[in-house]
Design a protein around this ligand. Structure first.
Ligand SMILES: C[S@@+](CC[C@H](N)C(=O)[O-])C[C@H]1O[C@@H](n2cnc3c(N)ncnc32)[C@H](O)[C@@H]1O
Length: 312
């Protein structure tokens, strides 16, 4: 799928809370591609936040910091979804949209990411109607997430040198063939295979940052993911000749990210990327704790095989 870039790139990975991105200068970032924690989603983040209000306030703090570091005219892409917990839906998509608007961003677009029908991860709510085939028992299964796209004011197209524009040209064959031009994208999610690198991380598939980075940044620019997880955005940025920055609260993910970005891999030739890792005092240890809770939840609810976070 990838045509690898030969450009030299730099990647800064900070383990710490992204409500403070003090390592970054104002307006130094050209694109943000991210997926925040899915509130307290039972399969990923049980009890991570004390309340929905606390979650929303944390998101507001990170969004303010995003506004500071993002260059004028540039784009933030947020992969997110409303979250169902014990039968109650939390309106994450509209609440995040509202915060971005309040913080002065332009709401540019919403793309619906549709996953294959065979794989419904959260729960098969539609079974309720099969058991009670009468009105008022309808709950649809969820096959989609939103990719919210916000912009920080107007972009000045004249600032980009001609050679950079040419080197970053969008491949129209790929664009047309894979229907990037629609606001519905059919993309297979990261499948829950055992022992995969992203086990217990709620990672998005590389196709998502791949499209967004190609559509909204130029080669040599810097892409940020303030909720880095396994480092998917950083990996794709590297492959596409963009620099990257990632912030991740959970220092238990260091080895996963290092493996994904092949930090310790020895090459026959000189590497064309540099990686700097900073572990701040405010980094936490989350994954073992969360995976134990998820495990317990799955067992209690008879939802099949438990998952474990694998320490690498
Ligand atoms: C949905 S996951 C991101 C997954 C990522 N897109 C990937 O492909 O691997 C969200 C991540 O945000 C991290 N996180 C939560 N709160 C954070 C904070 N305040 N600062 C930085 N990272 C945070 C979580 O530990 C989790 O790894």
């Amino acid at each position: 799928m990838f045509k690898l870039s030969e450009r030299k790139t730099k990647h800064l990975l900070v383990f710490g809370d992204s409500e403070n991105m003090c390592e970054l200068k104002d307006e130094s970032i050209h694109l943000i591609v991210t997926s925040p924690p899915y509130y307290n989603a039972p399969f990923d983040y049980p009890d991570l936040f004390k309340s929905y209000e606390e979650y929303i306030e944390k998101m507001r703090k990170v969004i303010k910091e995003i506004k500071r570091v993002l260059a004028q005219g540039r784009i933030v892409c947020v992969v997110c979804d409303d979250i169902l917990i014990e039968g109650k839906k939390y309106p994450v998509v509209s609440d995040l949209t509202q915060i971005f608007l309040e913080e002065g961003f332009i709401y540019r677009d919403r793309i619906i990411w549709v996953k294959p029908e065979g794989y419904i991860r959260i729960s098969r709510r539609s079974g309720v109607l099969l058991q009670h085939p009468y009105p008022m028992y309808f709950y649809p299964d969820n096959l989609q997430e939103s990719i919210l796209i916000f912009q920080k004011g107007k972009f000045n197209y004249n600032l980009i040198p001609k050679n950079i524009k040419e080197e970053s040209k969008v491949d129209l064959e790929e664009y047309l063939q894979n229907k990037w031009y629609l606001n519905v994208w059919n993309i297979t999610n990261v499948l829950p295979l055992n022992n995969r690198l992203e086990e217990g991380i709620a990672a998005f598939p590389i196709e998502i940052p791949y499209r967004l980075i190609k559509l909204f940044s130029y080669v040599g620019e810097t892409v940020l993911d303030p909720f880095m997880g396994s480092g998917t955005t950083n990996k794709v940025a590297m492959m596409l000749g963009r620099n990257s920055v990632g912030y991740e609260l959970d220092k238990e993910l260091i080895d996963v990210v290092k493996e994904k970005l092949e930090v310790d891999k020895n090459y026959l030739f000189e590497k064309n990327y540099e990686v700097e890792i900073i572990i701040r005092e405010d980094a936490k240890e989350l994954r073992s704790y969360l995976s134990e809770k998820v495990d317990k939840y799955l067992k209690e609810n008879g939802k099949g095989k438990s998952r474990k976070f694998i320490k690498r």
